[in-house]
Design a protein around this ligand. Structure first.
Ligand code: HEC
Ligand code: HEC
Length: 304
């Protein structure tokens, strides 16, 4: 916690001219919480290498280690000269060791600066404090010059372009998606643990939708993005906000999203009861007849 206080303290000194403005690079509790959520739901699968325990012990990490590229253990001691800015840069452009030929697999161009700062500050917060006096002094100086560098960039730019991270207008256009998919071994139906509906089933559901318009509209507009067209479930980040408190844990007194692989399993016909749905989803305020329409519709599509 002390380290954060130091970092926050430095930021407070340097930005005391504009008191109420929260900067994206500040390690505020909100930003740390956000970082934990982005990590937990990472589309970019930070977890594949860095692990859900942040220790870099996954099988993919072991393969990298065998090639002489150890994956950082975020919970270990951080060298005193290292700052969240270093983490931000590694997330933005990677390092020499994360090069795969010409391609740097660790350059997350698609993440916004605020997402990268949230991740950088969150992951940095998991590390151990420096112990000796000299180390503490070194850390302090490193943080100070990091803040100077950060401020000088954001004074003139909304986004920090680093290395290959050129503005999108100037980037080479990528190939059409179809062409890229043809060059991969990507097989959707086999890659994902949830069921993929076949054409016949989808056709059937569309027919049912025409017969049960009210119920189907409620489902499509409120439930389908998470539960799938036919209640088959989905995988991905969209689900992260609905998870209950038990999926959060405090680290150093700040609430963080527990890191996990996220997917929503298929709906079972037995769970389609008003009380059961309201228990998992207390925030839906439908009228009695809307609930009835929705439940009737769900029972029908799940039965078929
Ligand atoms: C394919 C494996 C892999 C994935 C996926 C991956 N990393 Fe890394 N990461 C590494 C390796 C290897 C290193 C160490 C690089 C080095 O030592 O030069 C590293 C280093 C880092 C560092 C720097 C730590 C330090 O000590 O300086 C940060 C921060 C980081 N990763 C964050 C992320 C985030 C955030 C994501 C997801 C958006 C991610 N990583 C995804 C393999 C990975
Ligand atoms: C933002 C995502 C999201 C939306 C939108 C959503 N759900 Fe869910 N739902 C979940 C998650 C997450 C669970 C927990 C199940 C899990 O972990 O697989 C769940 C669980 C359920 C369950 C219990 C499933 C079981 O087998 O125990 C039912 C029933 C359900 N939802 C119905 C609905 C209905 C009806 C709607 C629309 C009114 C809806 N959900 C909207 C994410 C969502």
């Amino acid at each position: 916690m002390k380290k954060f206080q130091t970092f926050l303290f430095l930021i407070i000194i340097t930005v005391s001219g504009c008191k109420n403005e929260v900067k994206i690079y500040e390690a505020t509790p909100e930003n740390l919480h956000l970082g934990s959520k982005i990590y937990a739901s990472s589309e970019f699968n930070c977890k594949n290498c860095h692990g859900i325990d942040y220790k870099g012990n996954t099988s993919e990490a072991k393969e990298l280690k065998e090639k002489g590229i150890p994956v950082t253990d975020f919970t270990g001691p951080i060298p005193p000269e290292k700052t969240p800015l270093d983490y931000f840069k590694v997330i933005s452009v990677g390092t020499n060791r994360t090069l795969d030929g010409d391609y740097n697999y660790h350059a997350y161009y698609n993440l916004t600066d605020s997402a990268k700062w949230a991740l950088a500050n969150f992951l940095y917060s998991l590390g151990q404090e420096p112990k000796t006096k000299e180390e503490i002094q070194k850390r302090k100086q490193a943080l100070q010059s990091a803040i100077q560098e950060i401020e000088s960039i954001y004074k003139n730019n909304r986004k920090w372009y680093l290395g290959e991270n050129t503005p999108s207008q100037q980037r080479e256009k990528s190939r059409p998606l179809q062409e890229m998919l043809q060059n991969t071994n990507f097989k959707l139906a086999q890659e994902y643990p949830y069921k993929i509906l076949n054409e016949q089933k989808i056709q059937k559901i569309l027919e049912i939708q025409n017969q049960y318009i009210e119920g189907s509209l409620i489902y499509v507009n409120n439930c389908q993005s998470c539960h799938g067209i036919g209640g088959e479930g989905v995988q991905g980040a969209a689900n992260i906000n609905v998870l209950d408190e038990s999926r959060y844990e405090p680290i150093k007194n700040i609430s963080r999203r527990k890191s996990a692989f996220v997917s929503i399993s298929s709906l079972s016909i037995d769970s389609i009861k008003l009380e059961a749905i309201q228990k998992v989803h207390p925030d839906y305020y439908f009228t009695e007849s809307q609930w009835n329409d929705l439940i009737q519709y769900l029972k029908i599509i799940l039965e078929k």
